[in-house]
Design a protein around this ligand. Structure first.
Ligand code: CP
Length: 314
């Protein structure tokens, strides 16, 4: 069933997919189609956000999200300020709220933030007039990642409703898995989580996905296979005996991928750990759209900034 796009985004912030309607998701995906075209021009810049200021507030490491937002902001002609915890007064004990209040005294229009605490963007959104965009909060959500993943699926497969999407790996600690599950179920896809019991979220049924404790049955006729890395930074130990054993049971190999549909896409939000959750022959193989996800991320982030600035769907 096709979803009709909303005209605008209702909230001033994008803190999570959980708060978006299917119409708003459709609006962001459709708007990103327009912005993807700008990346193909010799001069990749439009004046849409001229005179607006964006603070990129990253309290956790990031390669793709941080640079993708910065490229998106520059292509929209915004002024950008980059803030990281190391090298700032956070290292002297300043809190997130005090940091944000001081940044707000310089009147930015947007704060793009990544933070180790789940819910940190939601707290800030309630306190400041700037638009808050969540670039990943703890184990909660990573909304622009799910949007760029959905955009990539739709580009290749033409639709989201009815797709069988496998998300496999360290799901318990993955904000990418949560945001993707929220988005894909809202848009009518069937989501399968595949993980060892120790890496499966506790309330998996409440998310509306089907859990699998072995990879092979989850892969049957899948349209999309999204692999996740083991998030060692979010767990005291690895929750499985060894990397080798993990790869033996849950690593995506060319042999295992044969169970998926012949047109199945292989996706990964990055960073990938070759030989842990994915074989290099699959990561670099013809079904992999991993680098295309990164390209599409810029268009999605341009669309989100444009719409939060008051832009409308065409
Ligand atoms: N996909 C993603 O969030 O990657 P980074 O951690 O490099 O931003």
């Amino acid at each position: 069933m096709p979803v009709e796009a909303a005209d605008t985004l209702a909230a001033k912030d994008l803190v999570g997919i959980a708060r978006l309607t299917p119409g708003e998701i459709q609006l962001i995906l459709d708007t990103a189609e327009e912005f993807l075209e700008i990346a193909r021009r010799p001069i990749k810049k439009v004046p849409t956000l001229r005179g607006r200021t964006v603070v990129n507030l990253f309290m956790e490491p990031s390669t793709r999200t941080r640079f993708s937002f910065e490229v998106a902001e520059k292509r929209l002609s915004a002024d950008t300020l980059n803030f990281s915890a190391s090298g700032s007064s956070v290292s002297k004990g300043e809190t997130l709220i005090d940091t944000a209040r001081n940044l707000m005294a310089m009147a930015p229009d947007f704060i793009v933030m990544r933070h180790p605490d789940s819910g940190a963007p939601h707290r800030l959104a309630a306190l400041v007039p700037a638009s808050i965009i969540n670039g990943g909060d703890g184990i909660n959500e990573h909304p622009t990642q799910a949007l760029l993943d959905a955009f990539t699926m739709r580009k290749h497969l033409g639709h989201l409703d009815g797709l069988k999407v496998v998300i496999a790996g360290d799901i318990r600690h993955s904000r990418v898995a949560r945001s993707n599950a929220f988005l894909l179920t809202k848009m009518g896809a069937e989501v399968r989580f595949a993980a060892p019991a120790s890496l499966m979220p506790v309330a998996v049924d409440a998310i509306g996905v089907t859990p699998f404790y072995r990879l092979e049955p989850a892969l049957e006729d899948a349209d999309v296979v999204m692999m996740l890395r083991i998030q060692r930074e979010r767990q005291g130990n690895m929750n499985f005996p060894s990397v080798r054993e993990y790869f033996d049971f849950f690593g995506l190999t060319p042999e295992r991928l044969k169970a998926a549909a012949p047109h199945a896409l292989v996706m990964h939000p990055g960073p990938i750990n070759r030989g842990v959750e994915i074989d290099s022959r699959v990561a670099d193989g013809r079904r992999s759209v991993i680098l295309e996800q990164v390209t599409n991320g810029v268009a999605i982030r341009m669309a989100v900034l444009y719409l939060l600035a008051g832009g409308h769907g065409e």
